[in-house]
Design a binder for this molecule. Structure first.
Ligand code: FMN
Length: 375
């Protein structure tokens, strides 16, 4: 899928070649992690990222530990796994050590590579139950609870934090240090506070403080990594052991591989062609049909096409067709048309590709292609 491309500015070949990323007994050569993203990182999407070349860790979206124990249908759907999606972590949230431990044991029995404890979710539904980023507010209690979880399973346990509840309550460095002492094997730090939600930019200095606070476990930087250049910048500035990517992967699942390639070879790979991107979108849709059924696949893809569209260029009529589709046949007909209209070498669709009256003519045959731009 990916051809050679020039080295990125300022990044020499192999400059970021690292030793293996070690998470307890588990190790991987990939220092790029797909983030847990509620409503997005189901099995179909995680497998789509694998098909786009991702070889590192993926995470389920956050799962309530009690939901798992009660075998709640939605929770079990979120927890659906496959041998084709390894290595993967199951992310749990909650506030009750007993539930956490039992849910962690269940995830271990399902084959999870590791368990991640959510200590960063700012959403009211989660913090009202004293879970998510509320765990940042009482580091000592959180550490005691994490210790019980660590002792309840034999696979590694990791934690995902924000910097603290607010700018005047930065608890992540202290909490990270304490978590390392009780056996947490990796920390992911999103460089924002809970109060910030997604506003402003992720603080690289804040991430660097967490990196400096722990003795030897890896710290993964997270927040606003949307390209291999942004990943290299974060690693250079914070000395973090790797990066976790969320929002950018929803738009461009191949960004995970792109970053991995840059870090290991010093070369950013070429952008996939529109045809390669289209194949991936089709695969994602078919995987959703397989795991979630036709109706849900259609509803989800109607929404997700906007994110995919950002990497396709001028495809407004195509996106409209997907948004208005009434079933799998409509979806594939729209994909067929997109594929018919594009040149195999294109990485983005030019503005004139969907102009009906251009027919088979090439752009240079049109006196002023700009004048007929409709998208
Ligand atoms: C829609 C959405 C859902 C998210 N769900 C989770 C989640 O389930 N668990 C979690 O730890 N973080 C969750 N996050 C936070 C991301 O994992 C990540 O920390 C954050 O988006 C910053 O990374 P980014 O700049 O690469 O997007 C979510 C973020 C978004 C936008």
């Amino acid at each position: 899928m990916i051809g050679a491309a020039p080295a990125l500015h300022g990044i020499a070949a192999g400059a970021y070649t690292f030793a293996m990323l070690r998470i307890g007994p588990f190790q991987t050569d990939c220092r790029v992690l797909l983030a847990p993203i509620a409503g997005y990182t189901d099995l179909a999407f995680r497998l789509t990222c694998r098909a786009a070349g991702h070889s590192g860790l993926t995470y389920t979206e956050l799962l309530h530990s009690r939901g798992i124990l009660e075998q709640n249908r939605d929770s079990l759907e979120i927890a659906r796994v496959s041998a084709d999606d390894e290595p993967y972590g199951v992310q749990l949230y909650g506030n009750d050590a007993d539930w956490f431990c039992q849910a962690a044991q269940w995830a271990q029995s399902q084959g999870a590579t590791l368990i991640d404890i959510n200590m960063g979710c700012p959403v009211d539904k989660v913090t009202k139950t004293n879970g998510g980023s509320m765990l940042l507010c009482d580091p000592d209690r959180t550490t005691r609870m994490a210790e019980r979880i660590v002792r309840s399973v034999s696979i590694p346990v990791t934690a995902k934090l924000r910097l603290g509840w607010s700018a005047c309550e930065i608890t992540a460095p202290r909490l990270a240090r304490q978590l390392e002492e009780i056996g947490i094997q990796l920390i992911t730090i999103h460089g924002r506070t809970t109060a910030q939600r997604f506003k402003g930019t992720a603080s690289l200095d804040g991430i660097a403080e967490v990196v400096a606070a722990v003795r030897q476990i890896p710290v993964i930087g997270n927040g606003d990594v949307d390209s291999s250049a942004a990943a290299a910048r974060m690693i250079e500035h914070t000395k973090c052991a790797g990066v976790m990517v969320a929002r950018a992967a929803i738009k461009r699942p191949w960004v995970l591989r792109e970053i991995h390639e840059l870090l290991t070879t010093g070369q950013a790979p070429a952008e996939p062609t529109v045809l390669e991107k289209a194949r991936l979108i089709r695969l994602h849709f078919e995987l959703m049909r397989r795991y979630r059924g036709d109706r849900l696949a259609m509803i989800v893809m109607r929404g997700r096409i906007a994110a995919y569209g950002t990497s396709l260029g001028h495809v407004k009529p195509f996106k409209e067709r997907i948004r208005l589709m009434n079933g799998a046949n409509d979806f594939h007909a729209a994909m067929d048309e997109l594929e018919r209209r594009v040149d195999p070498a294109w990485t983005m669709v030019p503005h004139w590709a969907f102009v009906e009256h251009l027919g088979a003519r090439q752009p240079d045959e049109v006196a002023d292609p700009e004048a007929v731009m409709t998208t």
